[in-house]
Design a protein around this ligand. Structure first.
Ligand code: IPE
Ligand code: IPE
Ligand code: MG
Length: 253
């Protein structure tokens, strides 16, 4: 496979830090409502948790952190909340780009950003450009992203390649589909804050064999202790990938 992140980390590999962690950052609205504040205040407070998550991931040798910031379905929210979120993205991008660049972080946005305001699209391109040569943590923000959108787009890309005669129908296998996705790396650990036990159209294909850690903590309260608890949970899992437990134990000897 083209991407080294898709090689599962085996139990014997050091202290089993997940290579790719994805987070559904949920609970901003409830956090604000509990305080009698507007939902946007929760999103603002959530930006601080994003910083904490990035810092933690970098410190613990996680290679890729994929954060769900805005789903394809979130456009259905009240206009004021959507436009407030767009302003917040723009603000956070202009404030954080230098920090990302200074910390060797490679930044990328996945999702259909064509619907975003021009200034947000420009800020995204600029942040991607200035961090493109960085070799440390890969930070991926999923914005106007949906797992179904990603798969449909991959199908389109592959069909175009077939049409152009570059590949044949028989060439389309799992590796080629994976490589055609906006996020081409399998997720080792999925964290969802806010307590809901659902995927909400996040990375559907890439979550095939992820370990899943759900925390009741609301995203603005997310800190290193929650992240550490998720890593501890991950470390205790036996990743079998379809094999029996005995087979997995044998492979470790
Ligand atoms: C997640 O928090 C952030 C986004 C979806 C943008 P929510 O806004 O969904 O918070 P709750 O789930 O309503 O508490
Ligand atoms: C998922 O949260 C999307 C993000 C965190 C960006 P939602 O709050 O939109 O999910 P549902 O609607 O409760 O499933
Ligand atoms: Mg929510």
């Amino acid at each position: 496979m083209s991407n080294d992140l898709n090689t599962p980390i085996c139990p014997e590999d050091g202290d089993r830090v997940p290579a790719h962690v994805a987070i559904i950052m949920d609970g901003n609205g409830r956090w604000a409502q509990k305080r009698g504040q507007i939902r946007l205040a929760g999103h603002r407070a959530g930006v601080r948790s994003v910083r904490r998550a990035i810092e933690f991931a970098g410190r613990h040798g996680i290679r890729q952190l994929t954060l769900f910031a805005f789903s394809s379905e979130n456009w259905k929210r009240p206009e004021t909340e959507v436009s407030g979120l767009m302003e917040l993205f723009s603000w956070a991008l202009s404030n954080e780009t230098k920090h990302l660049a200074d910390n060797n972080i490679r930044f990328r946005v996945v999702g259909d950003t064509s619907r975003f305001p021009e200034n947000v699209q420009t800020a995204i391109s600029e942040a991607e450009r200035v961090t493109s040569g960085n070799t440390g943590l890969r930070l991926v923000i999923a914005a106007n992203y949906g797992g179904r959108w990603d798969i449909a787009r991959a199908v389109q890309l592959l069909l175009r390649r077939v049409q152009a005669g570059e590949i044949s129908v028989a060439d389309v296998d799992e590796d080629l589909v994976t490589a055609s996705l906006a996020v081409a790396e399998d997720v080792d650990l999925l964290i969802r804050t806010g307590g809901e036990r659902r995927i909400s159209n996040f990375l559907l294909w890439q979550l095939a064999y992820s370990e899943i850690y759900i925390s009741d903590v609301l995203w603005p309260d997310f800190d290193s202790s929650v992240f550490q608890a998720a890593l501890d949970y991950y470390r205790g899992r036996e990743r079998r990938f379809g094999r029996t437990s005995e087979q997995v134990q044998e492979r470790m000897l």
